[in-house]
Design a protein around this ligand. Structure first.
Ligand code: SF4
Length: 484
Protein backbone atom coordinates (compact mmCIF):
# COMPACT_ATOMS: atom_id res chain seq x y z
CA UNK A 1 0.00 0.00 0.00
CA UNK A 2 1.31 3.41 -0.90
CA UNK A 3 0.59 7.05 -0.22
CA UNK A 4 -2.58 6.89 -2.33
CA UNK A 5 -4.07 4.40 0.11
CA UNK A 6 -3.28 6.72 2.99
CA UNK A 7 -4.98 9.61 1.20
CA UNK A 8 -8.01 7.44 0.35
CA UNK A 9 -8.39 6.34 3.98
CA UNK A 10 -8.24 9.94 5.18
CA UNK A 11 -10.94 10.85 2.65
CA UNK A 12 -13.03 7.94 3.85
CA UNK A 13 -12.89 9.20 7.45
CA UNK A 14 -13.76 12.74 6.37
CA UNK A 15 -16.73 11.52 4.34
CA UNK A 16 -18.06 9.52 7.27
CA UNK A 17 -17.76 12.47 9.65
CA UNK A 18 -19.55 14.74 7.17
CA UNK A 19 -22.88 13.78 8.78
CA UNK A 20 -22.01 15.53 12.08
CA UNK A 21 -22.62 19.22 12.85
CA UNK A 22 -19.53 21.31 12.04
CA UNK A 23 -18.23 21.56 15.62
CA UNK A 24 -18.58 17.84 16.29
CA UNK A 25 -16.98 16.96 12.95
CA UNK A 26 -13.98 19.20 13.64
CA UNK A 27 -13.49 17.63 17.03
CA UNK A 28 -14.01 14.00 16.01
CA UNK A 29 -11.52 14.14 13.13
CA UNK A 30 -8.75 14.74 15.64
CA UNK A 31 -9.44 11.26 17.07
CA UNK A 32 -8.24 9.56 13.89
CA UNK A 33 -4.86 8.77 12.36
CA UNK A 34 -3.99 6.88 9.19
CA UNK A 35 -0.67 5.09 9.50
CA UNK A 36 2.24 6.11 7.34
CA UNK A 37 5.28 3.84 7.50
CA UNK A 38 7.57 6.87 7.08
CA UNK A 39 6.25 8.43 10.29
CA UNK A 40 6.94 5.32 12.37
CA UNK A 41 10.48 6.41 13.10
CA UNK A 42 9.07 9.37 14.97
CA UNK A 43 5.90 8.24 16.74
CA UNK A 44 5.57 11.58 18.46
CA UNK A 45 4.26 12.88 15.13
CA UNK A 46 1.08 10.98 15.96
CA UNK A 47 -1.36 13.75 16.79
CA UNK A 48 -4.34 11.57 17.68
CA UNK A 49 -6.47 13.08 20.42
CA UNK A 50 -7.29 10.79 23.33
CA UNK A 51 -8.51 10.62 26.93
CA UNK A 52 -10.90 13.55 26.56
CA UNK A 53 -14.65 13.75 27.06
CA UNK A 54 -16.93 11.95 24.64
CA UNK A 55 -19.29 14.05 22.55
CA UNK A 56 -22.86 13.92 23.84
CA UNK A 57 -25.23 11.83 21.76
CA UNK A 58 -22.76 10.01 19.50
CA UNK A 59 -23.30 6.61 21.16
CA UNK A 60 -19.82 6.15 22.57
CA UNK A 61 -18.79 2.60 23.46
CA UNK A 62 -17.23 3.83 26.75
CA UNK A 63 -18.13 3.02 30.34
CA UNK A 64 -17.45 4.92 33.57
CA UNK A 65 -14.95 5.11 36.45
CA UNK A 66 -17.01 2.68 38.56
CA UNK A 67 -16.65 0.11 35.75
CA UNK A 68 -12.89 0.76 35.72
CA UNK A 69 -12.55 0.35 39.47
CA UNK A 70 -15.13 -2.21 40.60
CA UNK A 71 -15.58 -3.96 37.26
CA UNK A 72 -11.91 -4.20 36.30
CA UNK A 73 -9.40 -3.69 39.12
CA UNK A 74 -11.13 -4.56 42.43
CA UNK A 75 -13.97 -6.91 41.44
CA UNK A 76 -11.66 -9.87 40.59
CA UNK A 77 -9.98 -9.90 44.05
CA UNK A 78 -11.79 -12.96 45.20
CA UNK A 79 -11.61 -13.04 48.99
CA UNK A 80 -12.86 -9.49 49.51
CA UNK A 81 -16.50 -8.41 49.35
CA UNK A 82 -16.96 -5.44 47.04
CA UNK A 83 -19.95 -3.25 47.90
CA UNK A 84 -21.53 -1.44 44.94
CA UNK A 85 -22.43 1.61 46.99
CA UNK A 86 -25.40 3.53 45.62
CA UNK A 87 -28.59 2.57 43.77
CA UNK A 88 -29.14 -0.95 42.46
CA UNK A 89 -28.32 -0.58 38.74
CA UNK A 90 -24.51 -0.38 38.46
CA UNK A 91 -23.93 -3.49 40.56
CA UNK A 92 -26.68 -5.41 38.82
CA UNK A 93 -25.45 -4.74 35.28
CA UNK A 94 -21.85 -5.52 36.23
CA UNK A 95 -22.81 -8.69 38.09
CA UNK A 96 -20.96 -11.69 36.66
CA UNK A 97 -20.55 -10.13 33.23
CA UNK A 98 -16.75 -9.81 33.20
CA UNK A 99 -15.32 -13.30 33.02
CA UNK A 100 -12.56 -12.83 35.61
CA UNK A 101 -12.29 -16.45 36.64
CA UNK A 102 -11.44 -17.27 40.25
CA UNK A 103 -11.11 -20.56 42.07
CA UNK A 104 -12.86 -21.14 45.40
CA UNK A 105 -16.40 -21.55 46.64
CA UNK A 106 -18.75 -18.74 45.67
CA UNK A 107 -20.23 -17.09 48.74
CA UNK A 108 -17.82 -18.90 51.07
CA UNK A 109 -14.28 -17.81 50.25
CA UNK A 110 -14.80 -16.35 46.76
CA UNK A 111 -17.12 -13.37 46.29
CA UNK A 112 -16.34 -12.35 42.69
CA UNK A 113 -19.58 -13.38 40.95
CA UNK A 114 -21.88 -11.76 43.50
CA UNK A 115 -23.78 -8.51 43.67
CA UNK A 116 -23.50 -6.84 47.07
CA UNK A 117 -25.10 -3.40 47.11
CA UNK A 118 -26.39 -0.74 49.47
CA UNK A 119 -29.41 -0.40 47.13
CA UNK A 120 -29.94 3.33 47.75
CA UNK A 121 -33.49 4.57 48.22
CA UNK A 122 -34.69 8.16 48.18
CA UNK A 123 -34.22 8.42 51.96
CA UNK A 124 -30.53 7.52 51.56
CA UNK A 125 -30.13 10.32 49.02
CA UNK A 126 -31.89 12.80 51.31
CA UNK A 127 -30.38 11.78 54.67
CA UNK A 128 -27.09 10.19 53.46
CA UNK A 129 -25.98 6.58 53.22
CA UNK A 130 -23.20 6.41 55.82
CA UNK A 131 -25.27 4.76 58.57
CA UNK A 132 -26.56 2.17 56.10
CA UNK A 133 -22.99 1.49 54.99
CA UNK A 134 -21.91 0.77 58.57
CA UNK A 135 -24.76 -1.69 58.92
CA UNK A 136 -23.85 -3.43 55.66
CA UNK A 137 -20.23 -3.83 56.75
CA UNK A 138 -21.40 -5.53 59.97
CA UNK A 139 -23.78 -7.77 58.01
CA UNK A 140 -21.00 -8.79 55.61
CA UNK A 141 -18.74 -9.74 58.49
CA UNK A 142 -21.54 -11.84 59.97
CA UNK A 143 -22.76 -13.49 56.76
CA UNK A 144 -19.38 -14.04 55.12
CA UNK A 145 -16.95 -14.78 57.96
CA UNK A 146 -14.23 -15.93 55.55
CA UNK A 147 -14.17 -12.60 53.70
CA UNK A 148 -10.72 -11.10 54.29
CA UNK A 149 -11.71 -7.52 53.60
CA UNK A 150 -14.30 -5.16 52.10
CA UNK A 151 -14.15 -2.46 49.45
CA UNK A 152 -16.65 0.35 49.02
CA UNK A 153 -17.12 1.09 45.33
CA UNK A 154 -18.84 4.46 45.04
CA UNK A 155 -21.53 4.95 42.43
CA UNK A 156 -22.56 8.37 41.12
CA UNK A 157 -24.75 9.72 43.96
CA UNK A 158 -22.27 9.02 46.78
CA UNK A 159 -19.91 11.85 45.84
CA UNK A 160 -22.79 14.21 45.05
CA UNK A 161 -24.58 14.00 48.40
CA UNK A 162 -21.45 14.54 50.48
CA UNK A 163 -21.18 11.13 52.20
CA UNK A 164 -17.96 10.46 54.11
CA UNK A 165 -17.19 6.85 53.15
CA UNK A 166 -13.56 7.30 54.28
CA UNK A 167 -14.70 7.90 57.86
CA UNK A 168 -17.05 4.89 57.73
CA UNK A 169 -14.25 2.68 56.35
CA UNK A 170 -11.87 3.76 59.11
CA UNK A 171 -14.40 3.22 61.87
CA UNK A 172 -15.66 -0.14 60.60
CA UNK A 173 -12.19 -1.43 59.79
CA UNK A 174 -11.28 -0.89 63.46
CA UNK A 175 -14.53 -2.37 64.74
CA UNK A 176 -14.48 -5.48 62.51
CA UNK A 177 -10.72 -6.02 62.39
CA UNK A 178 -10.44 -6.34 58.59
CA UNK A 179 -9.24 -3.90 55.91
CA UNK A 180 -12.06 -1.79 54.52
CA UNK A 181 -11.09 0.25 51.49
CA UNK A 182 -13.11 3.30 50.38
CA UNK A 183 -12.89 3.92 46.63
CA UNK A 184 -14.05 7.23 45.12
CA UNK A 185 -14.86 5.80 41.69
CA UNK A 186 -18.16 7.63 41.07
CA UNK A 187 -19.09 7.41 37.41
CA UNK A 188 -19.09 11.18 36.89
CA UNK A 189 -15.34 11.34 37.57
CA UNK A 190 -13.06 11.38 34.54
CA UNK A 191 -14.16 10.61 30.99
CA UNK A 192 -14.17 6.81 30.83
CA UNK A 193 -13.17 3.64 32.72
CA UNK A 194 -9.60 4.93 32.73
CA UNK A 195 -9.77 7.25 35.73
CA UNK A 196 -11.46 4.41 37.63
CA UNK A 197 -8.30 2.33 37.10
CA UNK A 198 -6.15 5.14 38.43
CA UNK A 199 -8.39 5.76 41.47
CA UNK A 200 -8.45 2.00 42.18
CA UNK A 201 -4.64 1.79 41.93
CA UNK A 202 -4.28 4.72 44.31
CA UNK A 203 -6.63 3.04 46.80
CA UNK A 204 -4.43 -0.10 46.70
CA UNK A 205 -1.41 2.12 47.33
CA UNK A 206 -3.03 3.99 50.21
CA UNK A 207 -4.76 1.12 52.01
CA UNK A 208 -3.06 -2.21 51.19
CA UNK A 209 0.40 -1.80 49.67
CA UNK A 210 3.18 -3.31 51.77
CA UNK A 211 0.82 -4.21 54.65
CA UNK A 212 1.93 -7.90 54.90
CA UNK A 213 5.11 -9.93 54.62
CA UNK A 214 5.94 -13.12 52.71
CA UNK A 215 6.99 -16.17 54.74
CA UNK A 216 10.05 -16.57 52.55
CA UNK A 217 11.38 -14.66 49.57
CA UNK A 218 13.20 -16.16 46.58
CA UNK A 219 15.35 -14.85 43.74
CA UNK A 220 12.72 -15.72 41.12
CA UNK A 221 9.66 -14.09 42.72
CA UNK A 222 7.51 -12.13 40.26
CA UNK A 223 4.08 -10.48 40.17
CA UNK A 224 1.78 -10.81 37.19
CA UNK A 225 0.25 -7.34 36.99
CA UNK A 226 -2.82 -6.44 34.93
CA UNK A 227 -4.05 -9.90 33.95
CA UNK A 228 -7.69 -10.28 34.92
CA UNK A 229 -7.87 -13.97 34.11
CA UNK A 230 -10.61 -13.64 31.51
CA UNK A 231 -11.63 -17.21 30.68
CA UNK A 232 -8.51 -18.41 32.54
CA UNK A 233 -5.95 -16.16 30.76
CA UNK A 234 -3.77 -15.61 33.84
CA UNK A 235 -3.68 -19.33 34.55
CA UNK A 236 -2.58 -20.05 30.96
CA UNK A 237 0.15 -17.41 31.41
CA UNK A 238 1.23 -18.46 34.87
CA UNK A 239 2.01 -22.05 33.86
CA UNK A 240 4.56 -20.79 31.32
CA UNK A 241 6.27 -18.60 33.90
CA UNK A 242 6.33 -21.43 36.40
CA UNK A 243 7.60 -23.95 33.85
CA UNK A 244 10.41 -21.49 33.30
CA UNK A 245 11.28 -21.66 37.02
CA UNK A 246 9.80 -18.37 38.22
CA UNK A 247 7.56 -18.10 41.29
CA UNK A 248 4.40 -16.03 40.83
CA UNK A 249 3.72 -14.46 44.22
CA UNK A 250 0.88 -12.22 43.08
CA UNK A 251 -1.78 -12.21 40.38
CA UNK A 252 -3.20 -8.71 39.97
CA UNK A 253 -6.04 -9.08 40.05
CA UNK A 254 -7.59 -12.07 38.21
CA UNK A 255 -7.98 -14.91 40.77
CA UNK A 256 -6.03 -12.60 43.12
CA UNK A 257 -6.27 -12.46 46.90
CA UNK A 258 -5.88 -9.71 49.47
CA UNK A 259 -2.69 -11.34 50.73
CA UNK A 260 -1.17 -11.33 47.21
CA UNK A 261 -1.87 -7.61 46.92
CA UNK A 262 -0.37 -6.88 50.34
CA UNK A 263 2.84 -8.89 49.75
CA UNK A 264 3.46 -7.84 46.13
CA UNK A 265 6.19 -5.42 47.23
CA UNK A 266 8.46 -8.41 47.91
CA UNK A 267 8.77 -9.39 44.22
CA UNK A 268 11.97 -9.05 42.20
CA UNK A 269 10.13 -8.06 39.04
CA UNK A 270 6.68 -6.87 38.05
CA UNK A 271 5.44 -8.38 34.80
CA UNK A 272 2.84 -6.03 33.40
CA UNK A 273 0.35 -7.23 30.80
CA UNK A 274 -2.30 -4.51 30.91
CA UNK A 275 -0.25 -1.34 31.01
CA UNK A 276 -3.25 1.00 30.90
CA UNK A 277 -5.03 -0.25 34.00
CA UNK A 278 -2.08 -0.92 36.33
CA UNK A 279 0.98 1.07 35.25
CA UNK A 280 0.28 3.41 38.17
CA UNK A 281 0.96 0.69 40.77
CA UNK A 282 4.07 -0.49 38.94
CA UNK A 283 5.40 3.05 39.13
CA UNK A 284 4.62 3.18 42.86
CA UNK A 285 6.40 -0.14 43.47
CA UNK A 286 9.37 1.02 41.42
CA UNK A 287 9.68 4.31 43.31
CA UNK A 288 8.95 3.01 46.80
CA UNK A 289 10.46 -0.49 46.71
CA UNK A 290 12.82 -0.37 43.73
CA UNK A 291 10.98 -3.15 41.87
CA UNK A 292 11.51 -2.84 38.11
CA UNK A 293 8.67 -3.69 35.75
CA UNK A 294 8.64 -5.29 32.33
CA UNK A 295 5.79 -5.03 29.85
CA UNK A 296 5.02 -8.30 28.06
CA UNK A 297 2.55 -9.72 25.56
CA UNK A 298 1.22 -13.30 25.67
CA UNK A 299 -1.08 -13.11 22.61
CA UNK A 300 0.03 -15.49 19.84
CA UNK A 301 3.23 -17.56 19.63
CA UNK A 302 5.44 -14.84 18.11
CA UNK A 303 4.77 -12.34 20.89
CA UNK A 304 4.73 -15.01 23.62
CA UNK A 305 8.15 -16.33 22.59
CA UNK A 306 9.53 -12.81 22.33
CA UNK A 307 8.18 -11.98 25.80
CA UNK A 308 9.39 -15.19 27.44
CA UNK A 309 12.91 -14.43 26.22
CA UNK A 310 12.75 -10.84 27.45
CA UNK A 311 11.55 -12.00 30.86
CA UNK A 312 14.24 -14.71 31.05
CA UNK A 313 16.94 -12.19 30.13
CA UNK A 314 16.18 -10.37 33.39
CA UNK A 315 17.21 -13.48 35.38
CA UNK A 316 20.19 -15.89 35.34
CA UNK A 317 21.27 -18.68 32.98
CA UNK A 318 19.13 -21.32 34.73
CA UNK A 319 15.98 -19.39 33.85
CA UNK A 320 17.25 -18.61 30.35
CA UNK A 321 17.92 -22.30 29.65
CA UNK A 322 14.53 -23.26 31.04
CA UNK A 323 12.96 -20.61 28.84
CA UNK A 324 14.41 -22.18 25.68
CA UNK A 325 13.18 -25.58 26.84
CA UNK A 326 9.66 -24.22 27.33
CA UNK A 327 9.70 -22.64 23.86
CA UNK A 328 10.99 -25.88 22.29
CA UNK A 329 8.31 -27.92 24.11
CA UNK A 330 5.45 -25.91 22.62
CA UNK A 331 6.99 -25.19 19.19
CA UNK A 332 5.54 -28.20 17.35
CA UNK A 333 2.09 -27.65 18.81
CA UNK A 334 2.12 -24.01 17.70
CA UNK A 335 3.37 -24.92 14.21
CA UNK A 336 0.55 -27.43 13.90
CA UNK A 337 -2.06 -24.82 14.90
CA UNK A 338 -0.68 -22.39 12.31
CA UNK A 339 -0.51 -25.10 9.60
CA UNK A 340 -4.17 -25.94 10.23
CA UNK A 341 -5.72 -22.47 10.51
CA UNK A 342 -3.50 -20.11 8.52
CA UNK A 343 -4.65 -21.38 5.10
CA UNK A 344 -8.26 -20.77 6.23
CA UNK A 345 -7.62 -17.24 7.53
CA UNK A 346 -4.78 -15.91 5.40
CA UNK A 347 -5.36 -12.38 4.08
CA UNK A 348 -8.63 -11.86 5.99
CA UNK A 349 -9.20 -8.22 6.97
CA UNK A 350 -9.79 -7.50 10.66
CA UNK A 351 -11.07 -4.40 12.44
CA UNK A 352 -10.80 -3.99 16.23
CA UNK A 353 -12.27 -1.65 18.82
CA UNK A 354 -11.39 -2.62 22.37
CA UNK A 355 -10.64 -0.96 25.72
CA UNK A 356 -7.11 0.10 26.59
CA UNK A 357 -4.77 -2.79 25.71
CA UNK A 358 -5.98 -5.48 23.31
CA UNK A 359 -6.37 -3.15 20.33
CA UNK A 360 -2.59 -3.39 20.00
CA UNK A 361 -1.75 -6.50 22.03
CA UNK A 362 -3.77 -8.99 19.94
CA UNK A 363 -2.38 -7.83 16.57
CA UNK A 364 0.52 -10.33 16.68
CA UNK A 365 -1.83 -13.26 17.25
CA UNK A 366 -3.92 -12.30 14.19
CA UNK A 367 -0.77 -11.86 12.13
CA UNK A 368 0.47 -15.32 13.20
CA UNK A 369 -2.64 -16.58 11.36
CA UNK A 370 -1.95 -14.43 8.30
CA UNK A 371 -4.75 -11.97 9.10
CA UNK A 372 -4.40 -8.27 8.44
CA UNK A 373 -5.47 -5.48 10.82
CA UNK A 374 -7.01 -2.74 8.66
CA UNK A 375 -8.35 -0.58 11.49
CA UNK A 376 -7.95 -0.61 15.24
CA UNK A 377 -8.93 1.62 18.11
CA UNK A 378 -9.44 2.11 21.80
CA UNK A 379 -12.27 3.24 24.03
CA UNK A 380 -10.12 4.87 26.70
CA UNK A 381 -6.41 4.73 25.79
CA UNK A 382 -3.99 7.59 26.49
CA UNK A 383 -1.25 9.06 24.32
CA UNK A 384 1.32 6.54 25.64
CA UNK A 385 -0.88 3.65 24.44
CA UNK A 386 -1.11 5.15 20.96
CA UNK A 387 2.66 5.56 20.84
CA UNK A 388 3.03 1.87 21.68
CA UNK A 389 0.44 0.96 19.02
CA UNK A 390 1.97 2.73 16.05
CA UNK A 391 4.97 0.37 15.62
CA UNK A 392 2.52 -2.55 15.39
CA UNK A 393 0.56 -1.05 12.47
CA UNK A 394 1.04 -1.36 8.72
CA UNK A 395 0.81 1.40 6.12
CA UNK A 396 -2.70 2.90 5.74
CA UNK A 397 -4.17 1.22 8.83
CA UNK A 398 -6.82 3.40 10.45
CA UNK A 399 -6.26 4.22 14.12
CA UNK A 400 -9.33 5.41 16.05
CA UNK A 401 -10.02 6.88 19.47
CA UNK A 402 -13.43 6.61 21.17
CA UNK A 403 -15.41 6.20 17.94
CA UNK A 404 -19.20 6.21 18.21
CA UNK A 405 -21.37 3.36 16.90
CA UNK A 406 -22.18 5.14 13.62
CA UNK A 407 -18.51 5.81 12.81
CA UNK A 408 -17.57 2.20 13.50
CA UNK A 409 -20.34 0.72 11.40
CA UNK A 410 -19.54 2.97 8.45
CA UNK A 411 -15.81 2.21 8.58
CA UNK A 412 -16.48 -1.54 8.82
CA UNK A 413 -18.75 -1.48 5.79
CA UNK A 414 -16.54 0.70 3.64
CA UNK A 415 -13.40 -1.33 4.39
CA UNK A 416 -15.34 -4.51 3.60
CA UNK A 417 -13.82 -6.31 6.57
CA UNK A 418 -13.92 -10.08 7.11
CA UNK A 419 -13.96 -9.96 10.92
CA UNK A 420 -14.87 -7.42 13.57
CA UNK A 421 -13.50 -7.77 17.11
CA UNK A 422 -15.21 -5.59 19.74
CA UNK A 423 -17.70 -5.85 22.61
CA UNK A 424 -21.17 -7.17 23.29
CA UNK A 425 -22.88 -3.84 22.50
CA UNK A 426 -21.53 -4.10 18.96
CA UNK A 427 -21.80 -7.83 18.32
CA UNK A 428 -25.38 -8.26 17.12
CA UNK A 429 -25.35 -5.17 14.92
CA UNK A 430 -22.47 -6.69 12.94
CA UNK A 431 -24.13 -10.08 12.80
CA UNK A 432 -27.12 -8.40 11.21
CA UNK A 433 -24.81 -6.65 8.76
CA UNK A 434 -23.48 -10.09 7.74
CA UNK A 435 -20.04 -9.40 9.22
CA UNK A 436 -18.36 -12.16 11.27
CA UNK A 437 -17.77 -10.95 14.83
CA UNK A 438 -15.78 -12.08 17.85
CA UNK A 439 -16.15 -10.49 21.27
CA UNK A 440 -12.69 -9.34 22.28
CA UNK A 441 -13.56 -8.56 25.90
CA UNK A 442 -15.41 -11.70 27.04
CA UNK A 443 -13.77 -13.93 24.39
CA UNK A 444 -17.38 -14.75 23.44
CA UNK A 445 -17.57 -17.03 26.48
CA UNK A 446 -14.54 -18.98 25.22
CA UNK A 447 -10.83 -18.67 26.04
CA UNK A 448 -8.29 -18.54 27.43
CA UNK A 449 -6.49 -16.65 24.64
CA UNK A 450 -3.23 -15.97 26.51
CA UNK A 451 -0.09 -18.09 26.16
CA UNK A 452 0.48 -21.15 24.00
CA UNK A 453 -2.61 -22.99 25.21
CA UNK A 454 -4.66 -19.86 24.64
CA UNK A 455 -3.52 -19.51 21.02
CA UNK A 456 -5.04 -22.89 20.16
CA UNK A 457 -8.42 -21.62 21.35
CA UNK A 458 -7.94 -18.22 19.69
CA UNK A 459 -7.16 -19.74 16.27
CA UNK A 460 -10.10 -22.14 16.45
CA UNK A 461 -12.49 -19.33 17.46
CA UNK A 462 -11.42 -16.94 14.69
CA UNK A 463 -11.80 -19.69 12.10
CA UNK A 464 -15.20 -20.67 13.50
CA UNK A 465 -16.41 -17.06 13.18
CA UNK A 466 -14.94 -16.17 9.78
CA UNK A 467 -15.66 -19.46 8.00
CA UNK A 468 -19.05 -20.23 9.48
CA UNK A 469 -21.50 -21.31 6.73
CA UNK A 470 -24.10 -18.98 8.24
CA UNK A 471 -22.62 -15.88 6.51
CA UNK A 472 -23.42 -17.29 3.07
CA UNK A 473 -27.05 -17.60 4.07
CA UNK A 474 -27.20 -14.02 5.39
CA UNK A 475 -25.71 -12.64 2.19
CA UNK A 476 -27.93 -14.61 -0.17
CA UNK A 477 -30.98 -13.41 1.75
CA UNK A 478 -29.84 -9.80 1.43
CA UNK A 479 -29.36 -10.27 -2.29
CA UNK A 480 -32.83 -11.72 -2.75
CA UNK A 481 -34.39 -8.76 -0.97
CA UNK A 482 -32.51 -6.33 -3.22
CA UNK A 483 -33.41 -8.06 -6.48
CA UNK A 484 -37.04 -8.84 -5.53
S1 SF4 B 1 -22.07 6.33 35.46
FE1 SF4 B 1 -22.74 6.29 37.62
S2 SF4 B 1 -24.77 5.34 37.54
FE2 SF4 B 1 -23.75 4.84 35.60
S3 SF4 B 1 -22.76 2.84 35.97
FE3 SF4 B 1 -21.25 4.44 36.43
S4 SF4 B 1 -21.45 4.76 38.64
FE4 SF4 B 1 -23.28 3.69 37.97
Amino acid sequence: MGTTDVIQKRQLIEEILEIFPEKAKKERIRHYEVMEEDNKQDCSKCAIKSNVKSRPGVMTIRGCAYAGSKGVVWGPIKDMVHISHGPIGCGQYSWGTRRNYASGMLGINNFTAMQVTSDFQETDIVFGGDKKLELICREIKEMFPLAKGITIQSECPVGLIGDDIEAVAKKMSKELGIPIVPVRCEGFRGVSQSLGHHIANDAIRDFLMGRAELKECGPYDVNVIGDYNIGGDAWASRILLEEMGLRVIGQWSGDGTLQEIMTAHKAKLNLIHCFRSMNYMCEVMENEYGIPSLEYNFFGPTKTIESLREIAAFFDETIQENCEKVIARYKDEMDAVIAKYRPRLDGKKVMLLIGGLRARHTIGAYEDLGMEIVATGYEFAHKDDYLKTIPELKQATILMDDPGSYELEEIAQRLDIDLMGAGVKEKYVYHKMGIPFRQMHSWDYSGPYHGFDGFKVFARDMDMAVNSPVWKLVKSRQKKEVTA
